[in-house]
Design a protein around this ligand. Sequence first.
Ligand code: 4AZ
Length: 850
Amino acid sequence: MDPMHSGMRYTPKATEHEWDPSLQFLPASDSKKLEKKKGLKAGAVIGLIVFFLVISLMTGLLVWHFHFRKVVKIKKMYTGSMRITNQVFVDSYENPNSTEFKTLAKQVSLELREIYSKTPQLSKYYIDSTIQAFSEGSVIAYYTSEFHVPSGHEDSVDRAMSSMDQIVHKSQERRRTAKLTSGKPVDLVFDDVVTAELDTRLFQTPKALRFYQHTRSNHIGILESPGFPNYPYPPNQMVQWQLRADRGYVIKLDFDTFNLEENCKNDFVRIYDSLVAIESRVMDEICGYYSPSDHLAYVSSGNVMLVTFVTNEARDYPGFRAHVSQIPATTGVMKCGGTLSASSGTFKSPNYPDYYPPFTSCVWSIQVPSGKYIKVTFEKFLVSEPGQDGTSCSKDYVKINGKKLCGEFSNVVETAEESYLTVVFSSDASYVDRGFTAKYEAFEPKDPCPKKFMCGNSNCIDQKLKCDGWNDCGDNSDESDCKCSSSQISCRNGMCKPKFWLCDGVNDCGDNTDEQNCGFCSKEQFTCPHNNKCISEKQKCDGRDDCGDGSDEAECARSNEVKCTQYTYQCKNKKCVSKLNPECDGTNDCTDGSDEENCDCGKQPYKTSRIVGGQDASQGEFPWQVSLHIRGSSHVCGASIISDRWLVTAAHCVQDDAKTRYSQPGTWDVYLGLHEQRDKSKAVKRGLKRIISHPSYNAYTFDCDIALMELDSPVTFTDAIRPICLPSPSYVFPVAKSVWITGWGATREGGYGPNVLQKAEVRIINGTVCNDLMGGQLTSRMLCAGVLAGGVDACQGDSGGPLSSLSTEGRRMFLAGVVSWGDGCARRNKPGIYTTVTKFRGWIKEMTQV
Ligand code: 4AZ
């Protein structure tokens, strides 16, 4: 064993000495002197050697540093604009190939070199400038300047460039003095200097395309992404459009199609209120999908605009098309402000509901009869921009009563205790929004809400709505300090809610009073949803059937393989999993992966954007919505697409009557991808091959109100035509969940149908509560949804259409119900009744193989 590794201490043996201990050294003669002399000489030699070594090392280092070391330099690009106040714009400045352009561009370029040369942080790294364009007023020059900056020095260049306006100012002062003393004329005089670093994405893309367009009156130009509409736009592309209008006009850019990748970090369109991409002049950055009804339209503040489009390596999005036109700068939609002297009226921001332009300033002076006060209600208010919080409102804002408003809200009321009021709207140089609509009215100081209840926020509501359990004011002030009636729950927080909301699983009071002491299980226990049995919370989702009907193992966050019950999801291989709504949620829960099969459904092809005005759906927002017409006539019922050849509708829509044979396929024209009833040009029309009404449909009770329609030929899916997902029999649409109703049905009881597809958000209502409200007419194949306060509901003409429910992970819609019947429309405490699709999943599969 090696002793070093044996853990024992090492003791050298006598034989290991390197010398012989018996040897004797001879004594030196005058040993001290001899040692000293020898030592001095050796020291001097070593010193010299060390000295030369140090010198040569330093020289080497210096030579390497200055000659051989590679300094990493970073390319930095800045864009800017400046006004040349002593020049007059001529048309030929628009053309970069004209002599006039080239002459002025050369002059500006020289001036820029001169300006940068006087700033040491810039002169060292400056490479060159390119003059991009000129526009009117007097002449505005747009340029890009390039610098190559050693790594680590970028900040000093950024700092210097951020005070470019002062640098230009100083340089001009210096030169003016020099010229004056020398008697020579002053060259170019600059003002309004704006500079910012260029977004690296705009100069790093390998392929760049540049377009120029000058719009004229009565002419609409087209601007579209490369390949549109035939091909997806190409990867790694940068496209730029410089747009101009005539003097006295502004540019309107109106997108009719916009479908890009969802993430703006990858592909994006940027719109600038400038001819070059200056950060401080960005009006908006957009990506994702917008429907044509989303009003994606911008106007510039002057007669120039720049649109840039950048894509990354990923492909396969259709792109966009926009119309470019010019509109007079001071009239029409651009007009704002003025005196409002009627006792009530409306006003709005310029270009509303499209985006207002930058640099807007409007003042409205409201004057009502003396002795009266003024109330202004902002019905829609969208004045926000990145980096602006709702408190300081330092960028875009509305000023009223000395208070600045910004952000997003609706129905906000401001009152003035005077008969005169000014409202100011101001937008800065960057980022625009849709603006606002407002109404104003005069009121008697002593009676702000004649015959109505006045809310804490000055809204006036019907007296009947006070203490009815609904927040009608918007600030809940109509629901506080209430004396509850015998038909109401007295919440601890002072609110009153309808008695039938007691113990319905929804916290209606807000403080949970209505959900406590419900007589079922204690806090630590789980109430079995179908038999009210109490089990320990720990027994829920433990893999054992503790409720007795498997319901404690059906709605789990994780998917375990469990015994099959009617509440569990059954995979294709007949095995069952415990997870709640596992189908098409992006996770393989079944061992055979069948829960993720046939999932090309329920996708809304757009990015949710703010809808301004009413309840119009966006184009393509509900692509499974179908309009059923009596052949050659008008809309009668709705239906939902479930595959390329099958639709689901209500059985009562296809029931014959004395006059019409609704059950016959030849009676119907089917419109898919329809948005407006008056414009069928973009919709796909089909006839029917077959109608299958549910055999158990009961025309008196409306039980089993469901039917299937087979198209006479399959349809191709597009952004506007897509199927909705069908829920499995075990799918759960919980009480209080928000769901969507859509259709062209009447907009009020006994009223007419609208032109544009309507949408409304309602909630699933507890079946027992609903059965009570509907006089016990519900069967287990019906589900209720609505807003019990009234006002939101399906109505005549919506029948057969979808009740669409967003999946838990929020990516796709499932068909929860089919619009079936109701007690009138939108009445208080009368929800809409829908056919429960889960109950018919097996029948649908059997009939259609879908
Ligand atoms: C109908 O007649 C109808 N309020 C559809 C739904 C409702 C009422 C009537 C629900 O088609």
